[in-house]
Design a protein around this ligand. Sequence first.
Ligand SMILES: Cc1cc2nc3c(=O)[nH]c(=O)nc-3n(C[C@H](O)[C@H](O)[C@H](O)COP(=O)(O)OP(=O)(O)OC[C@H]3O[C@@H](n4cnc5c(N)ncnc54)[C@H](O)[C@@H]3O)c2cc1C
Length: 394
Amino acid sequence: MSKNVLIVGGGIGGLTAALCLARSGHQVTVFERSSKVQDIGAGIQCGANAVRVLDHLGLRHQIEQVSVKPREIVFRDYLYGSPLYQVELGKKYEDKYGAPYFHIHRADLYAMLYEAAGAHSSVDVLTDSDVRDFEETSDQVRVILSSGETFQGDLLIASDGIRSTIRKQIHSDKSAVYTGNVAWRATVATNKLPADFMPTVTTNFVGPRKHMVLYYLRAGELLNMVGVVEKQSHAGDSWKSKGDVRELQKDFSGWHPMVETVIDSVERDQCYQWALYDHRPINKWGTDRVVLLGDAAHATLPFIASGAAMAIEDARILDRCLTECNSVKTAIKKYQFNRFDRTSKVQNISRKFGKLYHIPNRLLLKTAFAGLRALGGKKEDFLPEYDANTIPLK
Ligand SMILES: Cc1cc2nc3c(=O)[nH]c(=O)nc-3n(C[C@H](O)[C@H](O)[C@H](O)COP(=O)(O)OP(=O)(O)OC[C@H]3O[C@@H](n4cnc5c(N)ncnc54)[C@H](O)[C@@H]3O)c2cc1C
């Protein structure tokens, strides 16, 4: 039966949920506190598991127009650039998993999701709408905005990110904890870099207590840089927190010339520093009419580039649970039951990979990657193999 669904947070998770639910015949209102589509100058990596859901929403063709398909991910030694470990992507990956691996600009993905939501008659996206609270009865849920306005629905989805207001009201779990890592972020126009600077791959330079990931965006017009460094203090934890490019230069001084070249090309006012916070897995994702989705339920460190993909998978599974169950309460239970193990696994593996990339001793680091090579790539399958459109629900 068609439901009136309220969604707090118009990020990647919230908008994907809105589109999945509208496609299944529900009426959806999204409340987003910011005033416009996010224009964050950063990239996002999207594996087959996420692409399949975006394909279900009819967005695959649009994504193909603005994204880059990398051939492989190469982990390299931070000093000499010697390859330590490779993950094959490109055609082989696409043939194996039935969907490609994309790099896309966040602003492009947001814009695409917003446009699709705006074009759907069953979705209302209300910007400048900060949700302060909710109230729940046995047959309804109500959100209260900071403006005092209230809205009533059958189900409330909280996709309001790592600092979720709704999560704090339904779970006694403490606040997110600073991991001791900051992520430097910038995008650089490729025409500012030497010709043939890097093939179409993701390059991840790893070294003691730091790593740097480089990949192309927008058909190769931009190079995306994410440099993670262990630090006691940080500039801020918003996507808009600026960092000082001189500090970035110092952090990666003496690293491989490719890293130094990129950093030297970063515009002073386009250098961002984002503190990485973490949540342990929690086993209470909702009440009878309220449910957490994406980072609000399971904030995931970026070390295997899968937090947004988990939010996208959540959206599709919640949609299917609502279709399969005859009450909101059972759908919420079924959704958590089907998502908890996978998202906890991804949270835990991301944490472990962060430690692996930053092993302080170079020889030990090389040995650890040799160990990964010996596993023959098997461990990566669990991410792209998951098909949220078809996986049988328990
Ligand atoms: C450096 C870095 C790199 C990353 N790279 C990748 C990657 O390559 N691939 C990948 O899959 N993941 C990646 N991630 C993770 C990914 O960014 C997150 O997992 C993803 O953005 C989570 O989406 P979300 O919709 O759950 O939350 P968010 O993106 O945080 O969206 C939450 C939304 O809710 C709104 N909001 C918050 N509170 C309220 C309120 N009270 N009322 C109304 N609105 C509210 C916010 O304004 C925001 O728009 C990366 C993360 C970092 C830090």
